[in-house]
Design a protein around this ligand. Structure first.
Ligand code: GAR
Length: 205
């Protein structure tokens, strides 16, 4: 069975959606550990309530993309038996860029959720960017993590309609509902070995 780690920085609603699906036996993985880089992340309490072990690996000024920080993450993950052989690392609102070394270590075993239809609006404040740009549709993307920012092979996407009256807040809410559907689904597909990757493309069997 796959040992799952979820990395968070805040609210943890995607983490919660995944953990609840696991509890309902919809995803065949073992939730090994939830790690936050922020000690006050709300998601930590939610994970504990759901009976999942938590840890904090504080950034302490170490910049995103630094191997020095990510080495501490690897140590915490491997202590909890989340390895490159049996592990899956889900970034769920983890607001740090991963180092190339970390990505190489867990190659093909790191997923991320992004609140836009990639490759549109990568990076931060995607929902605000979408509203300001005037797009008629936006949504969310689950993708493998590679060395770029939000550039890895796409696994699943979901679309929402953007109304003229939508604000960053209302659009974020609509998108989040879809995130909570597609992230658990993508984790399930991974756990069931149903995702094949060839270059940039993934195929789901
Ligand atoms: C989610 O909307 C997620 O897509 C976004 O942060 C939020 C975290 O919410 N991630 C990014 O913007 C990554 N670039 P959550 O903590 O409630 O899951």
């Amino acid at each position: 069975m796959i040992n799952l780690a979820i990395l968070i920085s805040g609210r943890g609603s995607n983490m919660e959606a995944i953990l609840r699906a696991i509890k309902k036996k919809k995803i065949p993985v073992k939730p090994a550990i939830v790690i936050s880089n922020k000690p006050d992340a709300k998601g930590l309490k939610i994970a504990q309530k759901l009976g999942v072990k938590t840890a904090v690996v504080e950034s302490l000024g170490l910049k995103g993309g630094s191997w020095e920080y990510d080495q501490k993450l690897v140590a915490a993950l491997e202590e909890n038996n989340v390895t490159p052989k049996n592990g899956l690392v889900c970034l769920a609102g983890f607001m740090r860029i991963m180092s190339p070394e970390f990505i190489k270590h867990y190659k093909g075993r790191i997923l991320n959720i992004h609140p836009a239809i990639l490759p549109a609006f990568p990076g931060l404040h995607s929902q605000k960017q979408a509203v300001e740009y005037g797009v008629k549709y936006s949504g969310c993307t689950v993708h493998f993590v590679d060395e770029g920012v939000d550039t890895g092979p796409i696994i699943l996407q979901a679309i929402v309609k953007v109304k003229d009256s939508d604000t960053e807040e209302s659009l974020s809410k609509k998108i989040l509902k879809q995130e909570h559907k597609i992230y658990p689904k993508a984790v399930r597909l991974f756990a069931e070995g149903k995702i094949r990757t060839k270059g940039r493309k993934t195929a789901i069997s």
